[in-house]
Write a protein that binds this ligand. Structure first.
Ligand SMILES: Nc1ncnc2c1ncn2[C@@H]1O[C@H](COP(=O)(O)OP(=O)(O)OP(=O)(O)O)[C@@H](O)[C@H]1O
Ligand SMILES: [Mg+2]
Length: 245
């Protein structure tokens, strides 16, 4: 099954002067277990592509498949359930709930995903331990360092056991030490089988991934696995199930 697939994906944003063609026909396939880094100049469409895989935005044209589910053409309700169960999303600036404990920052999305509170808290504790934040459960995000906040955001993204972890410049707001720590964590998760697509501007960070995909002007411009992305048999990419949960 295919973890991520984009075929002929286009996305244009209306703007005051002229429409911005952010994605101009993207073909990309990422298989389960891969750790792919997505690079390219500012404005080339990296975040737009990631947001479409995350179900935060919709393609205007083309096919999008995530975790074997056809995501393109879905309504907002379907996408909301999809986001909760199939993808974990990490941003540059953490997007944590301020004023809420580290434990609850992780447990709440699990509870929203249908887990009972006790199970959710127990899973949150396990994740905090795993990510080296076991002694921070009751602290609020504002007292944590940037690296700790990002680890918390990653724990939150993992709580519902997503098929794919999608990260948009997860080391972008961190110093080099914090960035190295996050990269090390991603490498460990990848070693345990987690599929990851990570946008980064840093060649050093990208070098830690198992594959580097480059974008330019709304298209894929270079890819270690270009042949594989170009040859996706439809039957291999899709499952027949059409419910996100
Ligand atoms: N919501 C939006 N409305 C209008 N234009 C947008 C919107 N989102 C993105 N764009 C435009 O689409 C293009 C691609 O943006 P995108 O954020 O995907 O780039 P990026 O590769 O992630 O860049 P960066 O490295 O700076 O984060 C840019 O020209 C951007 O200005
Ligand atoms: Mg971006």
């Amino acid at each position: 099954m295919t973890a991520l697939l984009a075929r002929g994906v286009r996305r244009t944003f209306e703007a005051e002067l002229a429409p911005v063609r952010a994605l101009r026909g993207v073909d990309l396939r990422v298989d389960p277990g891969e750790f792919a880094a997505l690079m390219g100049p500012s404005g080339c469409g990296k975040s737009t592509l990631l947001n479409i895989f995350a179900g935060l935005d919709r393609a205007d044209e083309g096919e999008v498949v995530v975790d074997g589910l056809v995501v393109s053409g879905r309504d907002e309700n379907w996408l909301a359930r999809f986001r909760r169960h199939h993808v974990g999303i990490v941003f540059q600036f953490f997007n944590l709930l301020e004023g809420v404990s580290a434990l609850d920052n992780i447990a709440l999305p699990a509870i929203l995903g249908g887990m009972r509170r006790r199970a959710a808290e127990s899973r949150a504790r396990d994740l905090l331990d795993l990510l080296g934040l076991g002694d921070r459960t009751e602290q609020v995000p504002s007292v944590l360092s940037g690296g700790q906040r990002q680890r918390l955001a990653i724990a939150r993204a993992l709580v519902n056991e997503p098929a794919v972890l999608l990260a948009d410049e997860p080391t972008g707001a961190l110093d080099s030490e914090g960035g190295a720590e996050i990269l090390e964590l991603f490498r460990r998760l990848h070693g345990e089988g987690q599929t990851i697509l990570m946008v980064t501007h840093s060649a050093d960070v990208a070098a830690g991934a198992s594959r580097v995909v480059r974008m330019r002007d709304g298209r894929i411009d270079g890819d270690d696995e270009a042949v594989r992305s170009a040859s996706v048999p439809a039957a291999d990419a899709f499952v027949t199930e059409d419910q996100a949960t």
